[in-house]
Design a protein around this ligand. Structure first.
Ligand SMILES: Nc1nc2c(ncn2[C@@H]2O[C@H](COP(=O)(O)OP(=O)(O)OP(=O)(O)O)[C@@H](O)[C@H]2O)c(=O)[nH]1
Ligand SMILES: [Mg+2]
Ligand SMILES: [Zn+2]
Length: 295
């Protein structure tokens, strides 16, 4: 499995021996315009165990392919949002959750730094669960990471979220050794400083039963979420599609029309009002884009 690729040189983890080889890709790939990606399962040849080098001769068909971070064969996505410091951008988070559904990768929400603003961490859980599986964590309490460890055991996962949310801190906690740089927030802006700037898959070992990989990503592409036709937005809200109801108007957008079933969802506690309010914001943004789609 390719863990890292810099300047045409790839670090490849060999299942079985557990060794890591520095590999170049044979010319055949360039001819097919097929570039090896992090996460690719590959076949190696010309193994040199003394110098730990080899050549990549074949790439196995990909299960999935993410553009940003550029990584193949991802099983799970962990979205990290801090209870505070940095203040979470829940609109952005909602959009990331939508993107994950478009690309069809299983995802969870990790509400990090719960020691900072415990009450807001609880509010976040109220907003997202049970539609989205939530883990509440704090780096000050290792026990809180255990359910996340269990969730990603044996999988290849991407961890994504705002700068400073604690992504690298989590990886370090489960890596067995400190492998990632972590950064303080900017005193001026209260935001993270984008400490992690490159993508790499790490084999994490602490507490895992099976080979487990995680990629810390400085960004997560959400282009996919921009292209939804507004009327289909509801299909990305488990609160809505798991609790289907009937609205007075057949083409109801669920953004404030009378006789809308979203009102019942709120009253019955099946959808959080703040989630619905942000749904309206996203719906309006998508409607603008949709109106101008041929311009
Ligand atoms: N109080 C508290 N601080 C935390 C926690 N997790 C991380 N931090 C701190 O928050 C800061 C940012 O953490 P990082 O792990 O570097 O954040 P990141 O998400 O990797 O940020 P980027 O690499 O910039 O995207 C560091 O100073 C961490 O020590 C936590 O659970 N509680
Ligand atoms: Mg980081
Ligand atoms: Zn409606």
């Amino acid at each position: 499995m390719i863990l890292k690729g810099i300047g045409g040189l790839y670090s490849v983890w060999a299942e079985g021996s557990g060794r890591i080889y520095q590999c170049s890709a044979r010319g055949i790939f360039r001819k097919d315009a097929k570039k090896p990606l992090i996460g690719d399962r590959v076949t190696l040849d010309e193994l040199d165990d003394k110098n730990k080098t080899a050549a990549i001769v074949e790439i196995a068909p990909r299960k999935s392919e993410l553009r940003r971070p550029a990584v193949a064969n991802i099983d799970k996505l962990i979205f990290v949002a801090a209870s505070s410091n940095p203040k979470p951008d829940l609109l952005l988070l909602d959009k990331m959750l939508i993107s994950a559904q478009i690309i069809k990768v299983e995802f969870v929400l990790m509400i990090s730094k719960s020691d900072q603003e415990p009450e807001y961490a609880v509010s976040m859980v109220e907003q997202y669960s049970p539609a989205v599986k939530c883990f509440v964590t704090s780096a000050k309490n290792y026990e809180s990471f255990k359910p996340v460890i269990e969730y990603i055991d044996g999988a290849t996962s991407v961890i994504a979220g705002q700068s400073g949310a604690g992504k690298s801190t989590f990886i370090n906690a489960v890596a067995g050794e400190n492998i990632m740089d972590t950064g303080n927030l900017s005193e001026k802006t209260g935001r993270g400083k984008h400490t992690t700037r490159h993508s790499e898959l790490f084999k994490v070992t602490d507490g895992f039963k099976n080979p487990t990989f995680i990629i810390d990503s400085p960004g997560f592409s959400m282009l996919e979420a921009d292209s939804i036709e507004p009327r289909y937005l509801q299909d990305y809200y488990p609160e809505m599609y798991n609790n289907k109801g009937i609205c007075k108007f057949q083409d109801c957008s669920h953004t404030g029309e009378p006789g809308c079933f979203a009102g019942e969802l709120i009253n019955e506690g099946k959808m959080h009002p703040a989630r619905l309010q942000r749904y309206s914001v996203i719906y309006k943004e998508l409607s603008e884009k949709y109106k101008n789609r041929y311009k």
